[in-house]
Design a protein around this ligand. Sequence first.
Ligand code: UDP
Ligand code: MG
Length: 313
Amino acid sequence: MISVVIPLYDEEAIVPELVRRVDAVLRTVDDAYEIVLVNDGSRDGTAAAVRALFATYPALVLVELSRNFGHQIAATAGLDRARGDAVVLMDGDLQDPPELIPELLAQWHDGFDVVYAVRRTRRGESRFKVWTAALFYRLTTRLTNVSIPVDVGDFRLMSRRVVAALSGMRERHRFLRGLVSWVGFRQTGVSYDRDVRFAGSSKYPLRRMLRFALDGITAFSEVPLRVATYLGFLIAAFAFCYGLVVLVLNGLGYNLPGYTSTMLAILLLGGVQLVTIGILGEYVGRIYDEIKARPLYLIARVDRASAEVPGDV
Ligand code: UDP
Ligand code: MG
């Protein structure tokens, strides 16, 4: 079975066309399918628009959240409810063409666990959006400790075991594409041209994009925390050297009375403080890591030389 998961926030104008196109594509595929639409607390008639289609499209599933939780959480809610052996996650504004799904499925049949869609071009988006997105992708790949592919959004296919792994990770500041990279297994990409939004406007204003970028970087990188440590040691070392200089100058009789002791106190305390803040940062980083409670590892497969091992259960 194939599931397609689509989070929707105020997309009433798009729903009929979206469902029509997704269903048309899935009907050409051999497997059974469901279309899981998540209504992320829309203020317009998105839910009613979906319900109106129930009679025509038996594959529809509508998950309604109690309020607006944001794109990443809405997507997670859909993934948790999806029952497919392969689950495709895509945006509801038809910027991600459903017609790419057969290609994603083909790679899945070839044994890949994650098939992400790589944006070759982005049509109809402001230069500002394209530019900030490019910067964001480069920055996250640079800073984070998982390898997140560049120019890849959330449009992707995931196998059952990847979705199960994601369901096990309940961290609140979710950065799904980072989590999917973290999961591992065999991953590959398929290129596509990103379309213009079918109707309505982007639900990601600059403020949300910034928060999203911060979530991505802080969830997968200790670099910002580590900066305090590096800076602390650097400045402490400098303070130590300069302290020696002050002492020597004092010996040579160049300093005004009181200057030497004041300078030494400032330099020493400043250095010690910065290093201690850095040490605190290291521990905060570890607490943060533990609190995310990600699984320690995921096993791709276990092979046995013989079918039955004595004493094994
Ligand atoms: N979305 C959502 N909840 C939100 C914001 C957005 O479910 O709080 C959905 C939205 O309906 C769309 C997808 O997430 O299906 C991507 O949003 P959008 O197209 O506005 O983002 P952009 O393509 O501009 O980055
Ligand atoms: Mg969009």
